[in-house]
Write a protein that binds this ligand. Structure first.
Ligand code: ATR
Length: 286
């Protein structure tokens, strides 16, 4: 049997640890199938101690891989180990998308573009506001803060239980950012047109506090990067306050798009049918 290197069928991967619950193979598999392309996308559990060797093997060309996605806990190492890191991933210090060219590993981070593209698709005009409030200062928050700054937001307020982490992000991303404790929320919400939850509050049935969304102006947008459950406690609360809400599943779908285009050469689309496909999987195995 000929292997994929001889037949030049492009193969891509997602690596993480653990990786079992990654939905990325469903997304890329759906696009390959829809577009009638030959190619594969497979998941690999790679332990932290083995990731350097994985990147070296990828660079050698011996794996037959054209590239792939990197997820927790390897995003920082991916940005460190790649031969070419684009300015977005460089500033974040984390990469989620790798591709191979002339035996060199290239890296970018598509989380921010996924976040912005989802809002552009679901709520055109969402960025008419100049003031955003972002809850959380962990790994997931960074790409969102960077993308809001790059979109031109004038004021980005980062609230975190551990205020020191929010302050570090203010130093990293500069001028439009401001750090606050979570109890500053009532002062900040009346002037903000966008609220983003980047914390794990409300995820998988975890408790979430009741936030004073009624203080936001009508027409403001509330979004949550948590997508299990799809209707998170914060989205429920915001809806009850009459605000516009956007769930987090679209960010997952949109962040996958640039990688697919690099590896397989065709730009796919985020459609309702893809969303339903991934939703069915989440419902089967939350
Ligand atoms: P991720 O990479 O998914 O963002 P993380 O780096 O562990 O994960 O960050 C999780 C975020 O959720 C942080 O902002 C965290 O606040 P701290 O920095 O204070 O830990 C926030 N978070 C998690 N559980 C929380 C809770 N019970 N109350 C408030 N914030 C919480």
């Amino acid at each position: 049997m000929r292997d994929s290197r001889e037949t030049h069928i492009p193969r891509a991967f997602v690596v993480g640890y653990p990786i079992k619950h990654s939905r990325s193979p469903i997304i890329h598999g759906y696009w390959l199938n829809q577009l009638g392309l030959e190619g594969s996308y497979e998941k690999h559990a790679v332990a932290p101690d083995d990731f350097t060797a994985f990147v070296a093997k990828l660079r050698s060309g011996d794996t037959g891989y054209v590239g792939g996605n990197v997820t927790i806990p390897h995003k920082e190492a991916a940005a460190r180990l790649a031969d070419h890191v684009d300015p977005l991933a460089e500033e974040l210090g984390a990469a989620n998308t790798l591709w191979l060219a002339d035996r060199e590993v290239h890296a970018t981070n598509t989380d921010g573009v996924g976040f912005i593209s989802n809002l552009d698709a679901e709520r055109p005009g969402w960025d008419a506001t100049e003031v955003a409030v972002v809850l959380g200062a962990g790994g997931a928050s960074r790409a969102i803060l960077q993308s809001l700054r790059d979109r031109g937001f004038r004021e980005i307020h980062v609230l975190n239980r551990t205020v020191g982490r929010a302050r570090e992000l203010v130093e990293r991303f500069g001028k439009p950012l401001h750090a606050h404790p979570i109890d500053a929320l009532p002062e900040l919400l009346p002037n903000a047109g966008l609220f983003v939850n980047t914390t794990s509050l409300g995820m998988d049935g975890n408790e979430a506090p009741v936030l004073p969304f009624e203080l936001m102006r009508q027409g403001s947008v509330v979004t949550d990067i948590v997508y299990v459950p799809l209707q998170t406690p914060f989205l429920d609360q915001a809806k009850r306050a009459g605000l516009d809400t956007v769930d987090g599943l679209g960010m997952l779908l949109h962040q996958a798009l640039p990688g697919f285009e690099k590896w397989f050469g065709v730009r796919p689309q985020v459609t309702e049918a893809l969303r339903q496909r991934v939703l069915a999987d989440i419902e089967a195995l939350p």
